[in-house]
Design a protein. Structure first.
Length: 161
């Protein structure tokens, strides 16, 4: 059962129009995993949206699975803001899987997501394969020195090639 917000977003994203929509900003709207699924489904054939802002949502593991699918298949998205979405290490694992195959995303904002050393390891592994991402924002997480070491090693290997 879709929320009215999801229905509106889906209609807007799939309806033919003369104007080109390039940004989807749903920051601080009442969106959870189910709504993320509807949004990702509506973006399946996206050729214009380059920025998505889902900051300050209650996106769980299922939501990050949907976002992973979007990252693996989307060819236009440049910026994804998932600040303060409570994804944690497990959600980060799914996003990292999506990042491995993504060739366009340049900026990923994961501030305030309770990402720890394990999540940092997932991201480090993905960064070894991803060549598009140039800005990864991880401020205010619980990454620790061990997580930073994983990221530093991955970045060093990337720049040494």
């Amino acid at each position: 059962n879709k929320s009215s917000l999801c229905t509106l977003v889906e209609i807007f994203l799939t309806a033919p129009r003369d104007q080109v929509l390039t940004e989807l900003n749903l920051a601080e709207k009442c969106i959870g995993d189910e709504e993320v699924q509807f949004i990702v489904d509506a973006l399946r054939n996206n050729t214009t949206i380059i920025n998505i802002n889902l900051a300050k949502k209650n996106i769980g593991v299922d939501g990050t699975k949907y976002m992973s699918d979007l990252l693996q298949n989307d060819k236009t998205l440049l910026t994804l803001n998932l600040q303060s979405t409570k994804i944690g290490d497990e959600g980060t694992k799914y996003l990292a899987n999506g990042l491995r195959k993504n060739t366009t995303l340049q900026t990923l904002d994961l501030r305030e997501n309770n990402i720890g050393p394990l999540g940092a390891q997932y991201l480090a592994d993905a960064l070894r394969e991803n060549t598009a991402l140039v800005k990864l924002i991880l401020r205010d997480n619980t990454i620790s020195d061990a997580g930073l070491e994983h990221l530093a090693i991955a970045l060093h290997r990337i720049h040494s090639q």
